[in-house]
Design a protein around this ligand. Structure first.
Ligand code: GLN
Length: 484
């Protein structure tokens, strides 16, 4: 059952081939057997999941239900979940029991989906390898000596190893797409404002978006359907109709123009990933799409721009962890200043501290114009690149990540090299447009991803293109051999 897609599971439940309780027990047993080796979950919600599954079975037997009723999944531990520890991968929130549900959590529950547990992640979603988690690193099911990517590394590993059929993730600079690429999943970052951020612990508020991580584009469409929509509790949520994402999956790609930015194939990309990505792109030509060389001339500025804006917003967002209201508090503070200082010294890890320092510096009076304002201007140029490109193309495509999964420990002491992991994903967050990563082949027996970027609110277009690719290829069906 753990190799089936969400769609197949929903089908099986509808035809009573198995019950939600059986399904949930199966995944809980897999978690018990394999999580010790992978560390994909921080919290497993065994009793709650089984109770939910029994309720779902009852509901299903007594009438019309949402198609995903009784289908298990996992939440990244960044989504506030009422009555459940919500740690955000940090010691700071190790003791935090959320008093309310994030909107995404509410929506999944309202659809009758069963939350198996909360997945491991880089601390406060800062990282590309899941090595900054207070709960220890996650291992990649394709090669347990390698990282699963980050920051949604626990979600990626859980789905790739069959410890959940799908999971939620969040993406501020690549954290859904890059781990999806490294673990052979389909992961989608929606347009900024498409999915509510209410109750999703903030990292960089102008960039954060939640999205689905699943095996297939079909599954991602089903899950996005549940997650998306206007929320008055999020001031940046956009009130525009949510289309039926499954309805357009089978549209023909004949005549569609796919822009291939030269900057995505320049220095920094491994040769093997480049040629595999080009081979994947040629599939689109076979389907009748047209590949067009384009340029996103400011892409080389996206990493420096992001590493001013994201830390600046993070330093502001993380100022709330002061030991007063919730979360970790140091023992026996001498006075208020000591309480703040020691609480934060003890509660945050090194990468989080680095971001707070950089962000506070960039926002400080003497440097604001030189860094923060400058970065905002560059952000506009990056957005304009996409607007310009989408005048002549329907979709932009390229690699998700410059190389396949790397070894644990390989980049962790070299933040600048680690930051380059997101060289193709970050511009998308700065521009706010939607993008996804799909399995696109193997390099050194490890999966790589193809990234498809769409116009604002054109999630349906990139899901359509992803699904058509998956009808022609089998990469997404490959399952991490050690966990099959
Ligand atoms: N790897 C990037 C960072 O460390 C992006 C993280 C994310 O998308 N949450 O900030």
């Amino acid at each position: 059952m753990h190799t089936l897609s969400l769609r197949e599971l929903a089908d099986g439940l509808a035809k009573a081939r198995f019950s939600s309780e059986e399904l949930t027990r199966h995944f809980l047993a897999r978690i018990a057997a394999h999580n010790p080796a992978l560390n994909a979950y921080i919290t497993v919600l065994e009793e709650q999941a089984l109770a939910g599954a029994r309720a779902a079975d009852k509901q299903r037997s007594s009438g019309d239900v949402h198609p995903l009723t009784g289908v298990p999944f996992a939440h990244k531990d960044i989504f506030c979940t009422e009555g459940v520890r919500t740690s955000c991968g940090s010691k700071m929130l190790d003791n935090f029991i959320a008093p309310y549900n994030a909107t995404v959590v509410e929506k999944m529950a309202a659809a009758g989906m069963i939350n198996l547990g909360k997945t491991n992640m880089d601390e406060f979603a800062m990282g590309s390898s899941n090595e900054t988690s207070f709960y220890g690193p996650v291992r990649n099911p394709w090669d347990t000596n390698c990282v699963p990517g980050g920051s949604s590394g626990g979600s990626a590993a859980a789905v790739a190893a069959g410890l959940a059929p799908a999971a939620t993730g969040t993406d501020t600079g690549g954290s859904i797409r890059q781990p999806s690429a490294l673990c052979n999943l389909t992961g989608l970052k929606p347009t900024y404002g498409r999915v509510s951020r209410y109750g999703m612990i903030a990292f960089a508020s102008s960039l954060d978006q939640a999205g689905p991580m699943a095996r297939t584009a079909e599954d991602a469409a089903l899950m996005l359907q549940v997650m998306a929509g206007f929320d008055e509790k999020d001031s940046t949520s956009i009130d525009c109709t949510v289309p039926d994402y499954s309805a357009s999956l089978n549209n023909s790609l004949k005549g569609k123009v796919i822009g291939v930015p030269s900057e995505f194939f320049a220095e920094g990309l491994s040769d093997a990933v480049a040629s595999r990505t080009r081979a994947a792109l040629s599939e689109y030509e076979k389907m009748g799409a047209v590949l067009k060389d384009i340029s996103l001339p400011h892409s080389h500025l996206s990493i420096p721009c992001y590493y001013v804006i994201a830390p600046a917003e993070a330093s502001t967002n993380l100022s709330r962890y002061d030991g007063v209201r919730y979360g970790h508090r140091c023992d026996n503070p001498l006075d208020l200043a000591d309480l703040y200082t020691r609480t934060r010294e003890e509660g945050f890890g090194d990468e989080v501290k680095r971001r707070i320092l950089v962000g506070t510096y960039a926002l400080s009076a003497g440097f604001y114009d030189a860094y923060y304002r400058k970065a905002q201007r560059i952000r506009r140029l990056i957005k304009n690149d996409f607007t310009e490109a989408f005048k002549s193309v329907d979709i932009i495509a390229g690699p998700t990540s410059p190389s396949p999964a790397f070894a644990l420990g390989e980049k962790v002491d070299d933040p600048l090299t680690m930051y380059l992991e997101d060289m193709y994903t970050i511009a998308v967050n700065l521009a706010g447009v939607p993008a996804l990563s799909i399995p696109a082949g193997m390099v050194d027996n490890k999966p790589i991803g193809l990234q498809l970027i769409g116009r604002d609110f054109a999630e349906a277009d990139i899901l359509n293109a992803a699904h058509q690719f998956q009808l022609q290829t089998d990469w997404h069906k490959q399952f991490a051999p050690a966990f099959a």
